[in-house]
Design a protein around this ligand. Structure first.
Ligand SMILES: CC(C)(COP(=O)(O)OP(=O)(O)OC[C@H]1O[C@@H](n2cnc3c(N)ncnc32)[C@H](O)[C@@H]1OP(=O)(O)O)[C@@H](O)C(=O)NCCC(=O)NCCS
Length: 192
C-alpha cells in the first residue's frame, strides 16, 4: 500500500476520497444528466459501495479517482483521476484517466484542468508512458476533454465494454490514448 497523493491546480484541489464527500458523490451519481452515458443512476447504497471501491483503489495503488474540490469555496464537485481497470480487453492492463463532475461544475474548464494534473501524475510520478480513456461515441463532452488533453482515437481500438451485455446501447466504446516518448538522452548527454 502506498501513501495517497494530493494534487493541486490553479483553481482545484484533488484529494483522496473522504467520507464527507459521500453526500456529494451520491448526489452526483443520482443525477440523470451526469449519468446519461452510464447504464443507470446510482441510489445511495450503490454510491456507498462505489465510494468503498474508490477507497480500496487508493489503498491498493496510492492513486485513484481524486475528489475534486474548488479551492474558492471548498466545494466537492465530483471526481477526476486514474484507475486501473479490472476488466480485460485488448488494451489492458492500463491506466485509465476518468472524470465525473456535477452539472453545476461543467463549462468552467474544471474537468480538463483536473485531468491535466492527473495525467502529469501518471507520466511524471508513476512514470507511465501511456494513459487511456474510454467512452461511448455520443459522449461528446467527455471526448472533448480527451481531445483537449491531446489524446487520440484510432477506430481499430474501438471495443465492446465487457461489463455490458452484447447489444446493450452503451456497449460500443471508443478508446483514446496518449503516449509520451520514452526519455532518451540527447547525444550530448549520452555517456560515451
Ligand atoms: C465530461 C465532463 C467532466 C466535461 O465537462 P466540461 O465542462 O464539458 O469540460 P471542462 O470541465 O473541461 O470545461 C470545458 C468547457 O468550459 C469552458 N470554460 C469556461 N471557463 C473556462 C476556463 N476558465 N478555462 C477553461 N475552460 C473554460 C470551455 O470553453 C469549455 O466549454 P465548451 O465545452 O462549451 O467549449 C462533464 O461533462 C461530466 O462530468 N459529464 C458526466 C460524466 C461523464 O460522462 N463522464 C465521462 C464518462 S466516460
Amino acid at each position: 500500500m502506498s501513501r495517497a497523493a494530493t494534487l493541486e491546480t490553479a483553481r482545484l484541489l484533488l484529494r483522496p476520497f473522504d467520507d464527507d464527500d459521500l453526500d456529494g458523490l451520491a448526489a452526483l451519481c443520482a443525477d440523470p444528466d451526469v449519468m446519461r452515458y452510464f447504464p443507470e443512476t446510482l441510489d445511495r447504497s450503490a454510491s456507498e459501495k462505489f465510494a468503498g471501491r474508490i477507497k480500496a483503489h487508493f489503498n491498493l495503488h496510492g492513486f485513484g479517482p481524486w475528489s475534486v474540490e474548488v479551492k474558492r469555496g471548498g466545494r466537492f464537485v465530483g471526481f477526476v483521476g486514474l484507475m486501473v481497470p479490472t476488466f480485460k480487453s485488448h488494451f489492458t492492463p492500463c491506466i485509465e484517466i476518468c472524470w465525473r463532475l456535477a452539472r453545476v461544475a461543467w463549462g468552467q474548464g474544471y474537468g480538463t484542468e483536473a485531468a491535466r494534473a492527473a495525467e502529469d501524475f501518471a507520466f511524471g510520478v508513476l512514470g507511465r508512458d501511456e494513459i487511456v480513456s474510454m467512452t461511448v461515441p455520443a459522449n461528446l463532452n467527455s471526448r472533448h476533454v480527451m481531445e483537449r488533453l491531446g489524446m487520440t482515437h484510432e477506430p481499430a481500438d474501438d471495443f465492446d465494454h465487457p461489463n455490458l451485455p452484447p447489444g446493450h446501447p452503451l456497449c460500443r466504446h471508443l478508446l483514446y490514448r496518449k503516449r509520451i516518448a520514452p526519455t532518451v538522452p540527447m547525444p550530448s548527454e549520452a555517456r560515451i
